[in-house]
Design a binder for this molecule. Structure first.
Ligand SMILES: [Zn+2]
Length: 75
């Protein structure tokens, strides 16, 4: 198989340009479709009154200060 000097020079350049274009396309499409915002639940501790948020979708969450289990106020 004989590769001409023109192909030998332009083939890597072509593949590099394709890779750059694919990267640009990936980030362009990802930017146009933003991920769904993470909704967090708000908790107020019945024991110590500490207010905190947790993004995990759980009805009960442990207080970060005193360790008591509390129900979510709202989503
Ligand atoms: Zn607490």
């Amino acid at each position: 198989m004989i590769v001409s000097p023109t192909v030998f020079f332009f083939a890597p350049l072509f593949f590099a340009l394709v890779a750059v274009f694919a990267g640009w396309l990936y980030y362009f499409l990802r930017q146009r479709a933003p991920a769904a915002p993470r909704r967090s639940r708000i908790y107020r501790c019945a024991g110590c009154g500490h207010v905190y948020a947790d993004h995990r979708d759980r009805p009960l969450c442990r207080c970060l200060k005193c360790g008591a289990m509390n129900e979510a106020l709202r989503r």
